[in-house]
Design a protein around this ligand. Structure first.
Ligand code: HPA
Length: 288
Protein backbone atom coordinates (compact mmCIF):
# COMPACT_ATOMS: atom_id res chain seq x y z
CA UNK A 1 0.00 0.00 0.00
CA UNK A 2 2.76 2.43 0.99
CA UNK A 3 4.40 1.66 -2.33
CA UNK A 4 1.42 2.76 -4.38
CA UNK A 5 2.23 5.64 -6.70
CA UNK A 6 1.80 8.81 -4.66
CA UNK A 7 -0.13 11.84 -5.79
CA UNK A 8 2.10 14.28 -7.64
CA UNK A 9 1.74 18.04 -7.46
CA UNK A 10 0.06 17.76 -10.86
CA UNK A 11 -2.51 15.27 -9.45
CA UNK A 12 -3.28 17.60 -6.55
CA UNK A 13 -3.56 20.60 -8.88
CA UNK A 14 -5.96 18.61 -11.05
CA UNK A 15 -8.18 17.95 -8.00
CA UNK A 16 -8.11 21.66 -7.14
CA UNK A 17 -8.89 22.58 -10.74
CA UNK A 18 -11.86 20.18 -10.75
CA UNK A 19 -13.26 21.83 -7.62
CA UNK A 20 -12.66 25.32 -9.03
CA UNK A 21 -14.57 24.34 -12.16
CA UNK A 22 -17.66 23.57 -10.02
CA UNK A 23 -17.86 26.77 -8.01
CA UNK A 24 -16.88 30.43 -7.95
CA UNK A 25 -16.48 30.32 -4.16
CA UNK A 26 -12.89 30.93 -3.08
CA UNK A 27 -12.60 29.31 0.33
CA UNK A 28 -10.09 30.64 2.85
CA UNK A 29 -11.23 28.42 5.73
CA UNK A 30 -11.21 24.62 5.67
CA UNK A 31 -13.33 22.53 8.04
CA UNK A 32 -12.94 18.82 8.64
CA UNK A 33 -16.15 17.54 10.20
CA UNK A 34 -15.54 14.71 12.64
CA UNK A 35 -17.88 11.95 13.79
CA UNK A 36 -21.26 13.46 14.57
CA UNK A 37 -20.22 16.90 13.40
CA UNK A 38 -21.25 16.66 9.77
CA UNK A 39 -24.27 18.81 10.68
CA UNK A 40 -22.02 21.82 10.54
CA UNK A 41 -21.65 21.41 6.79
CA UNK A 42 -25.45 21.38 6.48
CA UNK A 43 -25.50 24.95 7.81
CA UNK A 44 -23.31 26.21 4.96
CA UNK A 45 -25.24 28.65 2.78
CA UNK A 46 -25.22 29.06 -0.97
CA UNK A 47 -23.50 25.69 -0.98
CA UNK A 48 -22.01 23.61 -3.73
CA UNK A 49 -21.63 19.91 -2.88
CA UNK A 50 -18.95 17.85 -4.57
CA UNK A 51 -18.97 14.11 -3.89
CA UNK A 52 -15.46 12.71 -3.50
CA UNK A 53 -16.48 9.92 -5.87
CA UNK A 54 -17.14 12.49 -8.61
CA UNK A 55 -13.53 13.71 -8.52
CA UNK A 56 -11.44 11.49 -10.77
CA UNK A 57 -8.76 9.55 -8.86
CA UNK A 58 -9.75 11.06 -5.47
CA UNK A 59 -10.06 8.78 -2.39
CA UNK A 60 -13.55 7.84 -1.11
CA UNK A 61 -14.45 7.49 2.58
CA UNK A 62 -15.81 4.07 3.59
CA UNK A 63 -16.99 4.76 7.16
CA UNK A 64 -20.63 4.25 8.06
CA UNK A 65 -22.21 7.48 9.23
CA UNK A 66 -19.68 9.61 7.39
CA UNK A 67 -20.74 11.32 4.20
CA UNK A 68 -18.17 11.57 1.48
CA UNK A 69 -18.20 15.04 0.07
CA UNK A 70 -16.91 18.59 0.05
CA UNK A 71 -19.43 21.28 0.90
CA UNK A 72 -18.32 24.72 -0.26
CA UNK A 73 -20.12 27.94 0.52
CA UNK A 74 -20.70 30.63 3.13
CA UNK A 75 -20.67 30.24 6.90
CA UNK A 76 -21.23 33.44 8.89
CA UNK A 77 -20.21 35.39 5.82
CA UNK A 78 -16.89 33.56 5.39
CA UNK A 79 -16.15 31.30 2.46
CA UNK A 80 -15.49 27.76 3.69
CA UNK A 81 -14.79 24.33 2.30
CA UNK A 82 -15.99 21.50 4.55
CA UNK A 83 -15.02 17.89 4.36
CA UNK A 84 -18.13 15.96 5.28
CA UNK A 85 -16.40 12.64 5.72
CA UNK A 86 -12.67 12.21 6.13
CA UNK A 87 -10.17 9.41 5.56
CA UNK A 88 -8.68 7.23 8.29
CA UNK A 89 -5.63 5.01 8.54
CA UNK A 90 -7.85 2.22 9.87
CA UNK A 91 -9.76 2.19 6.59
CA UNK A 92 -6.50 1.18 4.96
CA UNK A 93 -5.56 4.54 3.46
CA UNK A 94 -1.89 5.49 3.56
CA UNK A 95 -1.13 8.77 5.31
CA UNK A 96 -0.10 10.53 2.06
CA UNK A 97 -3.60 9.93 0.69
CA UNK A 98 -5.32 11.13 3.86
CA UNK A 99 -3.51 14.43 3.60
CA UNK A 100 -4.41 15.03 -0.06
CA UNK A 101 -7.63 16.99 0.66
CA UNK A 102 -5.72 19.34 2.96
CA UNK A 103 -3.16 20.00 0.24
CA UNK A 104 -5.98 20.61 -2.21
CA UNK A 105 -7.47 23.09 0.26
CA UNK A 106 -4.11 24.84 0.37
CA UNK A 107 -4.05 25.06 -3.43
CA UNK A 108 -7.55 26.55 -3.31
CA UNK A 109 -6.36 29.31 -0.97
CA UNK A 110 -7.28 27.97 2.48
CA UNK A 111 -5.29 29.67 5.25
CA UNK A 112 -7.00 28.32 8.37
CA UNK A 113 -8.10 24.76 9.06
CA UNK A 114 -10.74 23.85 11.62
CA UNK A 115 -10.60 20.20 12.62
CA UNK A 116 -13.17 18.39 14.76
CA UNK A 117 -13.27 14.82 15.97
CA UNK A 118 -14.85 12.50 18.51
CA UNK A 119 -12.40 11.22 21.12
CA UNK A 120 -12.24 9.08 24.21
CA UNK A 121 -11.52 10.87 27.50
CA UNK A 122 -8.37 9.70 29.25
CA UNK A 123 -8.12 12.62 31.69
CA UNK A 124 -10.18 11.58 34.74
CA UNK A 125 -11.55 15.10 35.23
CA UNK A 126 -13.27 14.98 31.84
CA UNK A 127 -16.90 14.03 31.24
CA UNK A 128 -18.80 12.68 28.27
CA UNK A 129 -20.05 15.65 26.27
CA UNK A 130 -17.04 17.87 27.08
CA UNK A 131 -15.33 19.76 24.30
CA UNK A 132 -11.52 19.75 24.36
CA UNK A 133 -9.60 22.46 22.56
CA UNK A 134 -6.54 20.58 21.31
CA UNK A 135 -3.39 22.31 22.47
CA UNK A 136 -0.92 19.69 21.27
CA UNK A 137 -0.86 16.15 19.97
CA UNK A 138 0.99 12.87 20.22
CA UNK A 139 1.08 11.50 16.70
CA UNK A 140 1.64 7.84 17.51
CA UNK A 141 1.01 6.66 13.98
CA UNK A 142 3.41 9.27 12.67
CA UNK A 143 6.02 8.26 15.22
CA UNK A 144 5.57 4.68 14.02
CA UNK A 145 6.30 5.63 10.41
CA UNK A 146 2.91 6.65 9.05
CA UNK A 147 3.73 10.34 8.76
CA UNK A 148 2.09 11.86 5.66
CA UNK A 149 5.31 13.68 4.81
CA UNK A 150 7.51 10.61 4.33
CA UNK A 151 8.92 10.13 0.86
CA UNK A 152 10.26 12.85 -1.41
CA UNK A 153 9.42 16.26 0.04
CA UNK A 154 7.01 18.40 -1.95
CA UNK A 155 8.90 21.69 -1.68
CA UNK A 156 5.94 23.53 -3.22
CA UNK A 157 4.05 22.88 0.03
CA UNK A 158 6.74 23.23 2.65
CA UNK A 159 10.14 22.28 4.05
CA UNK A 160 11.57 18.79 4.49
CA UNK A 161 11.57 19.09 8.29
CA UNK A 162 8.60 21.24 9.28
CA UNK A 163 8.29 22.67 12.78
CA UNK A 164 5.50 21.27 14.96
CA UNK A 165 6.08 23.23 18.18
CA UNK A 166 3.17 25.53 17.37
CA UNK A 167 0.90 23.09 15.55
CA UNK A 168 -2.27 24.33 17.28
CA UNK A 169 -2.32 28.09 16.87
CA UNK A 170 -2.09 29.87 20.21
CA UNK A 171 -4.20 32.87 19.14
CA UNK A 172 -6.95 30.66 17.77
CA UNK A 173 -6.96 28.68 21.02
CA UNK A 174 -7.28 31.95 22.97
CA UNK A 175 -10.16 32.98 20.72
CA UNK A 176 -11.85 29.59 21.29
CA UNK A 177 -11.61 30.08 25.06
CA UNK A 178 -13.03 33.62 24.83
CA UNK A 179 -15.94 32.45 22.72
CA UNK A 180 -16.61 29.46 24.99
CA UNK A 181 -16.85 31.88 27.89
CA UNK A 182 -19.15 34.25 26.00
CA UNK A 183 -21.43 31.37 25.11
CA UNK A 184 -21.48 30.16 28.73
CA UNK A 185 -19.68 26.90 27.97
CA UNK A 186 -17.02 27.15 30.71
CA UNK A 187 -18.34 24.08 32.52
CA UNK A 188 -17.56 21.72 29.67
CA UNK A 189 -14.66 23.36 27.82
CA UNK A 190 -11.24 21.77 28.35
CA UNK A 191 -7.87 22.18 26.76
CA UNK A 192 -5.59 19.19 26.37
CA UNK A 193 -3.38 16.84 24.43
CA UNK A 194 -4.83 14.53 21.78
CA UNK A 195 -3.18 11.20 21.03
CA UNK A 196 -3.80 9.58 17.68
CA UNK A 197 -3.66 5.81 17.33
CA UNK A 198 -4.38 3.84 14.18
CA UNK A 199 -7.38 1.81 15.36
CA UNK A 200 -9.73 0.24 14.45
CA UNK A 201 -9.41 -1.77 17.68
CA UNK A 202 -9.95 0.38 20.73
CA UNK A 203 -7.10 0.71 23.21
CA UNK A 204 -6.44 -1.75 26.01
CA UNK A 205 -6.45 -0.34 29.55
CA UNK A 206 -2.65 -0.79 29.67
CA UNK A 207 -2.27 1.20 26.45
CA UNK A 208 -4.52 3.90 27.86
CA UNK A 209 -2.53 4.13 31.09
CA UNK A 210 0.59 4.40 28.96
CA UNK A 211 -0.99 7.29 27.04
CA UNK A 212 -2.09 8.92 30.29
CA UNK A 213 1.43 8.72 31.71
CA UNK A 214 2.70 10.22 28.47
CA UNK A 215 0.48 13.28 28.89
CA UNK A 216 -2.51 12.49 26.67
CA UNK A 217 -5.91 13.79 27.77
CA UNK A 218 -7.94 12.24 24.96
CA UNK A 219 -7.46 9.58 22.29
CA UNK A 220 -8.82 9.04 18.82
CA UNK A 221 -8.09 7.68 15.37
CA UNK A 222 -7.83 10.82 13.25
CA UNK A 223 -6.69 14.44 13.05
CA UNK A 224 -2.88 14.29 13.50
CA UNK A 225 -2.28 13.23 9.90
CA UNK A 226 -4.26 16.16 8.51
CA UNK A 227 -2.76 18.60 11.01
CA UNK A 228 0.81 17.62 10.06
CA UNK A 229 -0.13 18.11 6.40
CA UNK A 230 -1.71 21.48 7.10
CA UNK A 231 1.22 22.77 9.15
CA UNK A 232 3.64 21.62 6.46
CA UNK A 233 1.99 23.98 4.00
CA UNK A 234 1.63 26.83 6.48
CA UNK A 235 -2.09 26.53 7.18
CA UNK A 236 -3.04 27.65 10.71
CA UNK A 237 -4.91 25.00 12.70
CA UNK A 238 -7.57 24.98 15.39
CA UNK A 239 -8.97 21.63 16.52
CA UNK A 240 -11.73 20.57 18.88
CA UNK A 241 -12.44 17.09 20.25
CA UNK A 242 -15.90 16.06 21.32
CA UNK A 243 -15.50 13.65 24.26
CA UNK A 244 -17.87 10.90 23.16
CA UNK A 245 -16.95 8.35 25.86
CA UNK A 246 -14.66 7.95 28.81
CA UNK A 247 -11.82 5.46 28.35
CA UNK A 248 -11.60 2.41 30.59
CA UNK A 249 -8.25 2.51 32.35
CA UNK A 250 -8.79 -0.40 34.75
CA UNK A 251 -8.32 -3.90 33.28
CA UNK A 252 -10.20 -5.42 36.25
CA UNK A 253 -13.23 -3.14 36.09
CA UNK A 254 -15.18 -5.59 33.96
CA UNK A 255 -16.35 -2.69 31.79
CA UNK A 256 -16.39 -2.67 28.01
CA UNK A 257 -16.46 0.14 25.48
CA UNK A 258 -18.97 -0.49 22.75
CA UNK A 259 -19.08 1.05 19.34
CA UNK A 260 -22.70 1.92 20.15
CA UNK A 261 -21.48 4.21 22.89
CA UNK A 262 -19.49 6.17 20.36
CA UNK A 263 -22.12 5.86 17.69
CA UNK A 264 -24.53 7.59 20.08
CA UNK A 265 -22.83 10.64 18.66
CA UNK A 266 -24.83 9.84 15.55
CA UNK A 267 -28.04 8.84 17.26
CA UNK A 268 -28.93 12.13 18.83
CA UNK A 269 -28.29 11.33 22.51
CA UNK A 270 -25.47 13.83 22.39
CA UNK A 271 -27.34 16.21 20.14
CA UNK A 272 -27.43 19.08 22.63
CA UNK A 273 -23.68 18.98 23.28
CA UNK A 274 -22.97 18.62 19.60
CA UNK A 275 -25.19 21.60 18.93
CA UNK A 276 -23.12 23.63 21.40
CA UNK A 277 -19.94 22.55 19.70
CA UNK A 278 -21.34 23.47 16.31
CA UNK A 279 -22.38 26.84 17.66
CA UNK A 280 -18.89 27.38 19.00
CA UNK A 281 -17.27 26.50 15.68
CA UNK A 282 -19.49 28.93 13.73
CA UNK A 283 -18.88 31.72 16.24
CA UNK A 284 -15.11 31.21 16.00
CA UNK A 285 -15.37 31.32 12.21
CA UNK A 286 -17.39 34.51 12.47
CA UNK A 287 -14.48 36.12 14.33
CA UNK A 288 -11.62 34.88 12.19
N1 HPA B 1 -10.65 5.50 21.48
C1 HPA B 1 -10.25 5.74 20.22
N2 HPA B 1 -10.94 6.47 19.37
C2 HPA B 1 -12.09 7.01 19.79
C3 HPA B 1 -12.57 6.79 21.09
C4 HPA B 1 -11.80 5.99 21.98
O1 HPA B 1 -12.16 5.76 23.16
N3 HPA B 1 -13.74 7.46 21.19
C5 HPA B 1 -13.96 8.07 20.00
N4 HPA B 1 -12.96 7.79 19.14
Amino acid sequence: MEHEKRYTLQDLQTFAEFIRSKTDHKPTIGIICGTGLGGLADTVEDSVVIQYSSIPNFPVSTVKGHNSQFVIGKLRGKTVICMQGRFHLYEGYPAWKIVAPVRVMSLLGVETLFVTNAAGGINRSYNVGDVMIIKDHINFTGMAGHNPLTGPNMEEFGPRFPNMSDAYDVNLRKLAHEIAEELGFQTFIREGVYAMLCGPSFETPAELRFLQTGGADAVGMSTCVEVVGARHCGIKVIALSFISNMCILDSDAGEVLTTEEIMEVHSGIHSQSLQSLQNMVSTIIDRL
